[in-house]
Design a protein around this ligand. Structure first.
Ligand code: NAP
Length: 295
């Protein structure tokens, strides 16, 4: 296929470009502020620019990973979150229909309120935050615009990443520097290895599978347990990892606490395996070479 990855400079988009290229597909990827090798610039909030790029690229599938992902920033800037997280994907989905392309939209566990996880695809969303609301509104707008679309919900994505900003990189840097890290013990989720998410998304497009999919790791665990597991897999001293309550962190946006994504649907339908947290962390450790490269 010819694929257009909007947000290729991010963690998910970067892994996606690798999976697509590895599968023999032609890829055009975009960046916002931080170019990655071979990406083209796109301000996704500029509807005319997005339309031009999509029409010129003529993709068979569009993978829409660009988003305002800072949950607390979104809480304070709802209009910016609506424009990038909801309005831009909705507009791109309409153009996808016009040119006959399929559309994969990345969404989040944060569409749920975190009272009864892990959640299945047909559990009713009830977002707590502006970020979660804008992603949920986008899901609905994209599905309404584009029948040939897949909504890929994921959460706590980690793995090798060009910008090295995901939770595991941050944790490893702090542990190596001997600094303490306060990690919430009451946020339960499904840590997701980015290469698995990417490979599963490519499989959705290759097989033309549509609808809502939970693409996440198979381990449902709290953030503190995940941090300790990461330290152990990377052979680091976990003494500085301090369990705290989410409330004590004073974050702007409320977080779903008892969350997690049930992945049985993907497990049954997809050939791509979704790994446990330990397997994913071991794969990340093996992929990051040499280990001294971590800042
Ligand atoms: N990471 C997670 O744990 C997680 C969890 C649940 C759902 N998701 C969803 O997965 C998707 C990808 O997340 P991610 O972790 O890859 O996020 P990320 O690393 O923050 O990447 C976001 C991407 O969006 C681009 N972008 C931001 N503002 C833009 C703008 N105005 N115009 C064009 N591009 C813009 C960024 O470009 P530059 O960096 O070049 O500016 C980057 O390529 C998002 O839809 C997110 O909601 C992620």
């Amino acid at each position: 296929m010819r694929a257009l990855v909007i947000g290729a400079s991010g963690q998910v988009g970067g892994a996606l470009c690798e999976a697509l290229a590895g599968g023999g597909h032609a890829v055009v990827g975009t960046h916002g502020r931080v170019p990655a090798p071979g990406t083209v610039p796109l301000d996704f909030t500029d509807a005319a620019a997005a339309e031009r790029l999509i029409v010129e690229t003529r993709p068979d599938w569009i993978f829409c990973a660009a988003a305002l992902t800072n949950v607390d920033y979104c809480e304070d800037h709802p209009r910016a979150a609506e424009r990038l997280n909801r309005d831009a994907p909705a507009a791109a989905a309409r153009i996808a229909v016009r040119i006959g392309a399929g559309f994969v939209f990345y969404s989040t566990e944060y569409v749920f309120d975190g009272t009864a996880g892990p959640y299945a695809e047909d559990d009713p969303p009830k977002p707590l935050s502006v970020y979660g609301r804008t992603k949920w509104e986008a899901e609905q707008a994209v599905r309404e615009a584009a029948p040939r679309c897949a909504i890929a919900r994921t959460t706590v994505v980690y793995g090798p990443e060009r910008q090295e900003k995901n939770f595991v990189y941050q944790l490893l840097r702090r542990c190596r520097a001997g600094e303490s890290v306060r990690v919430p013990v009451d946020q339960v989720s499904s840590p997701t290895y980015n290469a698995d998410l990417a490979a599963a998304s490519v499989e959705l497009a290759e097989r033309g599978l549509t609808g809502v999919w939970h693409l996440a790791g198979t381990s449902v665990m709290d953030r503190y347990a995940f941090a300790r597991l990461a330290a152990s897999v990377f052979g680091l001293d976990a003494a500085g990892i301090v369990p705290v309550s989410t409330e004590s962190l004073g974050q702007r946006a409320p977080r779903p606490l008892r969350g997690g994504l049930a992945v049985e649907r993907a497990g049954r339908a997809l050939a791509t395996p979704l790994r446990s947290a330990r397997e994913g962390l071991e794969a990340m450790r093996n992929a990051i070479a040499p280990p001294g490269k971590l800042r």
